[in-house]
Design a protein around this ligand. Structure first.
Ligand SMILES: Cc1cc2nc3c(=O)[nH]c(=O)nc-3n(C[C@H](O)[C@H](O)[C@H](O)COP(=O)(O)OP(=O)(O)OC[C@H]3O[C@@H](n4cnc5c(N)ncnc54)[C@H](O)[C@@H]3O)c2cc1C
Length: 230
């Protein structure tokens, strides 16, 4: 591991130099394995890649949010640069290459922003014209993954719009909404744009309710791609 970067009070990015890099697509994940005291075998969990595969697919960022009482995530957020980690991958079909094929909607809650950030970073790396609307949900603004980089990308790229939904700080001025993502949040954030594809990532409950709201807004079910963190 080459670096541990603080993303939020309860989350880090683990930057890994892969020994054997096969390349990956934005949106994919790696399985991480770690020995846990009292467990006969290493414990394995899936973690999405937050970095772009370009220019160097052998350097990957995994975004980890600590789940209190969880077996692996509290240990992962406590790791130090220089430690070795066993990972296997990449896996997953929740992918988008950033190409211009119409407007794209990204909706992520908490660590669900990780694979969506890989997509945004890759789109910025490749260059883009069609709009990308990213709706990011977090409990407070300081818990929002990648908030500063997203603000910097919005300032540089007219194709990117970022909307923050903050659920537990009613006074946060950088949030457009102080509640969870719902049908009104989605329709107002899209501002008349009809997404050709939507990528939703987060808890199963959040993904299912956002998918239902999008169908209600006229997005075709087969244009909705989902990744559920359960
Ligand atoms: C495809 C995919 C990609 C993912 N990507 C990411 C990512 O990028 N970032 C990220 O942070 N997460 C991601 N996840 C979630 C991640 O894989 C783990 O599920 C998460 O980190 C929790 O793992 P854990 O070992 O810490 O918790 P676990 O040990 O699995 O526990 C999870 C929950 O269950 C509770 N629990 C555990 N044991 C018991 C028990 N005996 N009785 C009652 N409750 C119990 C814990 O308190 C905790 O709330 C992803 C998941 C999937 C499927």
């Amino acid at each position: 591991m080459t670096a541990v970067i603080e993303e939020a009070p309860d989350a880090v990015t683990l930057r890994l130099r892969l020994g054997d890099a096969t390349g990956f697509l934005p949106g994919q994940y790696y399985n991480v394995r770690l020995a846990v005291p009292g467990r006969p075998r290493p414990v394995q969990r899936a973690y999405s890649i937050g970095s772009s595969p370009a220019p160097d697919p052998s350097l990957i960022d995994l975004g980890i949010r600590e789940v209190p009482g969880g077996l692996l995530s509290p240990r992962l957020v406590g790791l130090r640069a220089g430690e070795r980690l066993f990972v296997r991958g990449p896996y997953g079909r929740f992918t988008w290459d950033g190409c211009d094929t119409g407007p794209v909607l990204l909706v992520g809650a908490g660590s669900g922003m990780v694979p969506l950030m890989s997509m945004v970073r890759h789109a910025a790396y490749r260059g883009r014209h069609d709009p990308v609307v990213a709706v990011c949900s977090a409990i407070t603004y300081s818990h929002a993954f990648y908030r500063e980089e997203l603000a910097a990308l919005v300032a540089r790229h007219s194709w990117l719009r970022v909307v923050h939904c903050i659920t537990r700080d009613q006074t946060e001025p950088r949030a457009r909404y102080h509640r969870r993502v719902d049908r009104t949040v989605l329709s107002e954030s899209l501002e008349g744009i009809h997404p050709s594809v939507a990528y939703l990532c987060g808890s199963p409950a959040m993904v299912e309710s956002v998918a239902a709201a999008l169908v209600d807004l006229g997005v075709a079910p087969d244009a909705i791609e989902t990744e559920k963190y359960d």
